[in-house]
Design a protein around this ligand. Structure first.
Ligand code: PMP
Length: 359
């Protein structure tokens, strides 16, 4: 069977074990004579799947009792609007601008809120994470929004800012489940599933209970956290197969030692790649050392016009989707949870070979 190392930023690799389990269960799930795709979302079997998915996620992320886990649709992009519509009181919100996705979150919020861009790394092309001090915060802000991992720029918050009584909202789309994270520091965490959780179509929202039930008058029912909270994410038909796949991925993460285990594996993967780039005078990393993501690793070949050749030759060796985002250029290796260490080692051997050829 052909399998490649897929370095795509998302949708991206899924663990082979998960795909094989889904394959084995596909035509006849638990002797129901149906696939999970054909099960009613109100059936006992699906209730078990969604309950188990939630419990596994709670367990993995150590989510306290006073937080709800919602399985919704619309992607992280829909949360760009859902967050202000649910949290608006004073009508002011603080945003940290760390790149393309934060900018999108901010421009959506501007439709509903007075948005204060309290910090930005635009001055250095988003190659670092600005430091957030308490004095920067708007005292009566309804929330502070950060993008914990910047998928395109390859940066990540290594320290989560302390926002005191102001709820901290995080777009965690590209690093949820990749490392241990203290959920109690956040009011809302949201993430599209298609990187570390499962197939596209599912969005996970983790929200502190006191932030539910206060949506603005014109908030659409489907964007109101209360709707999904009081119905156990079954107000309407949830993305059932996505929830099932997420459950299988959560089981896989648990088997690898939970977030502690997966973090060690992710740090190892990112570490060997960054170390290789650092010792090479052919490749370079555009990202400041203290702001590096362990999920998305951009790299460049300075002063040479070799990007297209690199990407093409890598692909011929089963190393897929290494082209950098069009706004940044160069290459980008997205090495989410399912990417094995061997995949990163294969990339490094290819990089060595390519470097030797073009020295
Ligand atoms: N935020 C971040 C950090 C992302 O990486 C992405 C998707 N690449 C999005 C938001 C948008 O997610 P979606 O496509 O699920 O709306």
């Amino acid at each position: 069977m052909k399998r490649v190392y897929n370095f795509s930023a998302g949708p991206s690799m899924l663990p082979l074990e998960v795909l094989e389990k889904a394959q084995a269960e596909l035509p006849n799930y638990k002797d129901s004579g149906m696939s999970v795709m054909e099960l009613s979302h109100r059936s006992g079997l699906f209730t078990d799947i969604i309950t188990e998915a939630e419990n596994l996620l709670r367990d993995l992320m150590n989510i306290p009792e006073n937080y709800k886990v919602l399985f919704v649709q619309g992607g992280a992009s829909q949360q760009f609007a859902a967050v202000p519509l649910n949290l608006k009181k004073s009508g002011k919100a603080d945003y940290v601008n760390t790149g393309s996705w934060s900018k999108k979150a901010m421009s959506e919020a501007k439709k509903f809120m007075e948005v204060n861009e309290i910090a930005s790394s635009a001055d250095e092309n988003f190659t670092y994470i600005p430091k957030i001090e308490a004095s920067m915060l708007t005292p009566d802000a309804d929330y502070v929004h950060i993008t914990t991992n910047n998928t395109i720029e390859g940066t990540a918050f290594r320290d989560i800012p302390d926002t005191g009584n102001i709820p901290l909202v995080a777009d965690m789309s590209s690093n949820i489940l990749s490392e241990e994270m203290d959920v109690t520091k956040f009011g809302v965490i949201y993430a599209g599933a298609q990187k570390n959780i499962g197939p596209a179509g599912l969005t996970v929202v983790i929200v502190r209970e006191d932030l539910i039930g206060n949506a603005t008058e014109h908030c659409p029912t489907m964007l109101d956290y209360q709707t999904h909270s009081e119905s156990g994410s079954l107000y309407n038909t949830p993305p059932t197969y996505g929830v099932y796949m997420a459950k299988l991925v959560f089981e896989w993460v648990k088997e690898l030692g939970g977030l502690k285990g997966i973090q060690a594996r992710n740090e190892k993967k990112a570490g060997i790649l960054y170390d290789y780039i650092a010792q090479s005078d052919f490749y370079a990393s555009p990202v400041k050392e203290d702001s590096r993501s362990i999920m998305n690793i951009p790299f460049i070949i300075p002063g040479r016009d070799l990007d297209d050749e690199f990407v093409k030759e890598a692909q011929a060796e089963g190393l897929e989707t290494l082209k950098g985002h069009r706004s940044v250029g160069g290459m980008r290796a997205s090495i989410y949870n399912p990417m094995p260490v061997e995949g990163v080692e294969a990339l490094i051997s290819f990089m060595k070979k390519f470097e030797q050829k073009h020295q």
